[in-house]
Design a protein around this ligand. Structure first.
Ligand code: FES
Ligand code: FE2
Length: 421
């Protein structure tokens, strides 16, 4: 066999336009390969700008399996450094979030400035002048930002972030309108791990098919208005492939643009909030904020690791072939009314919280997928739902009904392109 074509033939055996092999969830060798070929060859989301608003603010994250530090330097420039001392590889930061003026390695005390440059080496005389500190900065990734979303990549020659996001940019802009006129800020997160492959979670963000089934307890526990608004199978929603592995699932078309329909009646469930806001704000401002509080009516999946899901971020972090960490990041309004931010947290807890009515049910079925995938490893995972009536739009995007598996097809096509490269 021609060795040049062999890898793509092997990948054809793993991913077809309408199906993927079960071993994509279970094969440790594939996991190793995708951590390099996928995560080290694309833009990976690492932070929201509001997580590191001031000089010296930092957070730790990962790009694939590599630990990184996301930090804002004295001039306000964001850097993403590999969290690895240039002496003998210890991490230089083990705190998840904070503020600092430098990073000092705990092992032998090498210290690095916020821009990554090596500044101090204890007992430097022992190197007899041989150590050129300018040659040993922390390794830095390329960093770009779009509408508050900060991404990093190891690739210097990769397309600009804005091209990578492409058709998703419009949806990011719409998503950020849930600031209700204020900038979006993160307001806390909770993490959990599930014993399953990261792609099981990746598939889920634009999977409406499971919603009325897995989330029956959420629908039953919610008030009748909420239950009605989540009757998403009958609302004319759709899923669209936005290119480069990204996709959007529109569940409630009337809540795509939060600045439209401001005259619509205020839902009963937000009447008390509206009354509280009306004490300090004019009617249009109240309507704008109330509409924003409920979040947008769509989920946006940004390949490979960020879901902008209705009213929160879902960040996925692969750990091992059958181990994934998920973070649910609550969002609020920077400088917005306390009552609005409080209400957003309550909505977040109700579905996403550890005791919520949504996420624990999702986690249960993801576990079940990983467990079931131990059987019938030669079988295909089917991704063909909605394919027969999928249409190609003028802009080239493929679109099908809300419960179609168009988003998964988009993600696996991008996975295959990166694995092939
Ligand atoms: S490993 Fe960092 S100073 Fe030695
Ligand atoms: Fe779900």
């Amino acid at each position: 066999m021609d060795t040049l074509t062999a890898p793509s033939l092997a990948l054809d055996a793993l991913v077809q336009p309408d199906r993927a092999r079960t071993t994509l969830y279970t094969d440790p060798a594939l996991f190793e390969a995708e951590m390099k070929k996928v995560f080290e060859n694309t833009w990976v989301w690492v932070a929201h700008a509001s997580e590191i608003p001031r000089p010296g603010d930092f957070k730790t994250a990962q790009v694939g399996l590599q630990p990184v530090i996301v930090v804002r330097d004295r001039k306000g420039v964001v850097h993403v450094h590999v969290n690895r001392c240039r002496h003998r590889a210890a991490t230089v930061c083990e705190v998840s979030k904070g503020k600092t003026s430098s990073f000092v390695c705990p092992y032998h005390g090498w210290s690095y400035a916020l821009d990554g440059s090596l500044r101090g080496v204890p007992y430097e005389k022992g190197y007899d002048g041989d150590l050129d500190k300018s040659q040993y900065p922390l390794l830095s990734l390329r960093v770009e930002e779009y509408n508050g979303l900060i991404f990093a990549t190891f690739r210097r020659d990769l397309m600009p972030l804005s091209d990578f996001l492409g058709g998703a940019r419009k949806w990011i802009d719409l998503f950020m309108k849930q600031g209700g006129g204020f900038p979006i800020r993160t307001q806390g997160e909770h993490r959990f791990r599930f014993p399953g492959n990261w792609k099981i979670q990746l598939e889920n963000t634009t999977d409406a098919y499971h919603f009325p089934l897995v989330h029956k307890s959420f629908l039953t526990a919610a008030d009748s208005e909420t239950e009605e608004s989540w009757d998403i199978m009958n609302k004319g929603g759709y899923v669209e492939d936005l290119g480069n592995g990204h996709s959007v699932m529109v569940m409630m078309p009337e809540l795509v643009d939060l600045e439209e329909n401001l005259d619509a009646p205020i839902p009963e469930k937000f009447k008390a909030l509206a009354a509280e806001l009306a004490e300090e704000h004019d009617e249009m401002t109240v309507r704008r904020i109330v509409r924003a509080v409920g979040g947008v009516g769509f989920n946006l999946n940004l390949f490979p690791n960020l879901g902008c899901s209705a009213a929160f971020f879902r960040v996925l972090q692969p750990i091992a072939v059958d181990d994934t960490e998920v973070r649910h990041v609550a969002l609020g309004m920077e400088g917005g009314p306390a009552a609005a931010n409080r209400e957003r947290l309550r909505i977040h807890e109700f579905f996403q919280g550890p005791m919520g009515f949504g996420s624990p049910d999702d986690a249960e079925v993801w576990d079940r997928v990983q467990h079931g995938a131990q059987g019938g490893r030669d079988l295909w995972v089917l991704l063909n739902r909605g394919l027969s009536h999928e249409e190609v739009r003028e802009d080239g995007h493929r679109r099908s009904d809300v419960s179609a598996e168009t988003g998964m097809r988009a993600a696996y096509a991008q996975w295959k392109r990166l694995m092939e490269a």
